[in-house]
Design a protein around this ligand. Structure first.
Ligand code: DC
Length: 487
């Protein structure tokens, strides 16, 4: 999913794009910040911004990276140094139009923007996103506002309440509007298929609501036709063409995309029947073999909205019993599993249809993170095994993967710790046969980010990682004590 927001300086693109990124689970790409960073680098190296060749050389030499500040806002770094504040000064405003008009600078920036954009779902804002950078964006918006409204917003943004200074900002905006829209390369202009929004007298909330509705529509249009196919009509060998594939992108669309992105309740009848039959069969067999019990499950089943569930992982039974219990209480749960399983085509096909989401371990799998985030936001539960793989013995070295905390944080969902014991005895793994017996699970109370007592996104995520896993192990140890000898 690509969302392109273009418009003149001060039209509110940055605020709107930031808000959309948070609400709709998209990565924010502020392309103006990139041109500003090139301008700052020229400034620092005393390069004359009218010397196209020298400016182009700077653009090719420097490294521009984005990060996230503790308050969740985006930061920009020039060769690793945070320059977020330095690129938004009148000195940079004055020179950035000249720098961004140099064709070789644009070429370098557009290449980086496409690379960033193709790594995941993005909302990109700038002047040429819908026309040049992502002409295939699913949603294109051209945001305008009258120059006075834009100058006033910019003054507010920069804490200026002197009318003289606001007038100077207005004059600079008008000058930049002219420069940006009359330059030869990629001038500021709306794409033919862009939706025009005049924000002069709209609130941010109204603008965001309007664009979010466009995003929801585009997502529904991309997902529905494939999801509504019966499973038999869509196999991993015969990829369904999504809109992207039709548009002739060289990378074939993932045949399971619709299952990863769509709501489980909206899968086609065939897939829902497959899921119900699998749940029924697994429930019956597992209950008969292991008489499992899920204590305190109400913390999950009675909760409102999607919950991030994490648990210790000792056997292949663990996900089954939790998903079965959740489903039996009218909820829908998506399990995150290691993508290595997908090498078996049938597993890949089946897992997609029961709502599971693959994760490439050892990488920042942004796609999986966003899919899980959106599932939580839709009200589906997500089950993650932070230990990453089955733990066959207590001596096994375990590395905790903290991605669950990030996903929960992005979706603003609580984390519910769950522990299981007895499953390692029942399904020892390897070539060892299943053994009938008993299994117990217990859920802890939901943990919210607010109750962690730390401020800042990164600190909260690492606190959640630690606290939530400690609770899982505390629940497990309590269960082991109550059922001696059970693992
Ligand atoms: O959005 P902004 O004010 O931060 O952008 C700074 C400058 O960068 C603006 O004057 C035009 C230029 N720009 C551009 O030419 N193309 C883009 N995609 C984004 C910004």
């Amino acid at each position: 999913m690509k969302v392109a927001i273009d418009g003149p300086a001060g039209s509110g693109k940055s605020t709107i794009a930031h808000e959309l990124a948070t609400r709709c689970g998209l990565v924010l790409l502020d392309t103006g910040a990139m041109y500003r960073t090139v301008t700052l680098a020229c400034h620092e190296r005393k390069v004359d911004v009218t010397d196209d060749e020298a400016v182009a050389k700077v653009a090719q030499e420097i490294s521009i990276t984005f990060g996230t500040a503790d308050d969740g806002t985006q930061t920009v770094a020039l060769d690793g140094r945070d320059v977020t504040a330095e690129i938004r000064t009148p000195a940079i405003d004055a020179e950035v139009s000249a720098v961004s008009a140099v064709p070789a600078v644009r070429e370098a920036m557009v290449a980086q923007q496409r690379e960033l954009g193709n790594a995941g779902d993005v909302v990109a804002e700038g002047r040429d996103i819908g026309t040049v950078v992502f002409p295939d964006a699913e949603v294109k918006v051209f945001l305008t506002a009258n120059p006075e409204a834009r100058a006033h917003r910019r003054a507010l943004q920069r804490d200026i309440d002197d009318p003289k200074q606001e007038e100077a900002i207005l004059a600079d905006l008008k000058r930049r509007d002219k420069a940006d829209s009359t330059r030869d390369v990629a001038p500021l202009c709306a794409a033919d298929d862009a939706v025009h929004i005049d924000s002069s007298s709209m609130t941010i909330e109204e603008e965001v609501a309007q664009i979010s509705a466009l995003i929801d529509e585009a997502r529904a249009a991309a997902v529905k036709p494939a999801v509504q196919e019966e499973p038999a009509a869509q196999t991993a060998d015969e990829p369904k063409k999504t809109n992207k594939a039709k548009k002739g992108e060289d990378k074939p669309a993932d045949p399971n995309e619709a299952f990863y992105e769509g709501a489980v309740r909206e899968y086609g009848l065939g897939s829902r029947a497959l899921l119900a039959a699998s749940i029924g069969l697994c429930g019956l067999l597992s209950k008969t073999l292991w008489h499992w019990k899920f204590e305190n499950g109400r913390t999950l089943w009675d909760a409102e909205g999607g919950q991030m569930v994490i648990m210790n992982h000792v056997s292949m039974i663990d996900p089954i019993v939790v998903v079965v219990s959740d489903w039996a209480h009218g909820r829908r749960m998506r399990v995150l599993y290691k993508s290595e399983f997908d090498k078996h085509k049938i597993v890949n096909w089946f897992f997609a249809r029961i709502g599971a989401i693959p994760v490439k371990r050892g990488t920042a799998d942004i796609k999986a993170v966003r899919r899980a985030q959106r599932a939580l936001q839709r009200g589906e539960d997500v089950l993650v095994f932070p230990e990453g793989t089955r733990v066959y013995s207590d001596d096994q070295e375990v590395e905790i993967h903290g991605g669950f905390a990030l996903i929960a944080q992005l979706a603003k969902a609580p984390v519910i710790p769950v522990a299981i014991v007895g499953a390692r005895d029942g399904a020892p793994g390897g070539n060892k046969p299943l053994r009938p017996g008993f299994m117990w699970m217990r859920a802890g109370d939901p943990i919210t980010f607010d109750e962690l007592g730390v401020k800042g996104r990164k600190k909260q995520a690492s606190a959640m990682e630690k606290v939530a896993m400690e609770r899982v192990y505390a629940l497990r140890d309590a269960l082991r004590k109550e059922h001696p000898g059970k693992m």
